[in-house]
Structures are given as structure tokens and as C-alpha cells.
Design a protein around this ligand. Sequence first.
Ligand code: UDP
Ligand code: MG
Length: 157
Amino acid sequence: MHTEERTFVAVKPDGVRRGLVGEILKRFEAKGYKIIGLKMLQVSDELAAAHYIEHADKPFYPRLIQYLQSGPIVAIALKGYNVVAGVRHLMGSTDPNEAEVGTIRADFGQLKEYNIVHGSDSTASAERELALYFKPEELIEGNKCMSELVIESLDAQ
Ligand code: UDP
Ligand code: MG
């Protein structure tokens, strides 16, 4: 039986400033993923540190925190089949120069430090990051999308 996952995505400040929120949401919606949470916010010092705690000792960390807080982000919660890996695939590699053509980072980015989007790298990271950015009641999971209805009806046969 097919089971769904949830993931956390953010349009980073460069993506928001460049007017790419709609383009990025469009790609995830076109894939069939359900938007179950969505908001714009300015990331606080505490939230930035919690989000990127795994990178705290990296040389790029101070710039990364500055970048994440350089303007509003759009936080997105998605639900879908294999959505964690699927979103990473649609985003492309961290460095836009190494990302496959057709991915968000390859199509819209130039530098790995300013790579437009964030996406959780595992289901465990996804749940941790969703909890950082969304209260449980801000995630609306009831509505079924077309792809889910089709897969469920076939699974039932
Ligand atoms: N980053 C950077 N320099 C690097 C590697 C990463 O500035 O050499 C930034 C970049 O914005 C990246 C984020 O740190 O998206 C988190 O790095 P990670 O390796 O987790 O990449 P991601 O999971 O975002 O692809
Ligand atoms: Mg990462």
C-alpha cells in the first residue's frame, strides 16, 4: 500500500525577493503534492539557529544564518508519496552549477550560498523542521488531492 509523507520546504529570501514564490509553488502543485501549510515570516535568531543546528560548526554557518534572515521567507508544508526525496529531486543539488537542468536551483540560481530553496533531507528532518515552523493546528491535512484519490482508488481494486 502507498503511504504518504510530509516535508518542509522554504522559499529562501532571495527566492522571495526575486518573485519566484508562485513559480516554485507551481512546480510542487503540478507534481501533485498537497500544500498543507503555508506562511510568510521573518526568521528570528532562535529559529535560524534551530533550523541550521547541524551546520553550526561549518565555515559557511554565519553567512548562512545572515542569508536566511536577510528578508522574509515563505514556509511551505507539503504532503505526498515519497515527497521528501521528490522535493529534493525537484530542487536539485545544493550548488546550482551541479544541479540538473530543469530543477529549481539549476533554473534560477547561480551560487551555492544563494540557492533559492530549502527542503528537508529525511522524514526525521522533515518532522523536526515542520515542528519548528508550524503549530500543529496550522497544518491542514484533511483534503485529498486528485493524485491521492486516483492512487487510493487503484490500490483498493
Ligand atoms: N551552504 C553554503 N555553502 C556551502 C554549503 C551550503 O552557503 O558550502 C548553504 C546553502 O544555502 C545550503 C545550506 O547552506 O542550501 C544548507 O546546506 P546543506 O548542505 O544542508 O544543503 P541543502 O540541504 O540545502 O541542499
Ligand atoms: Mg540540508
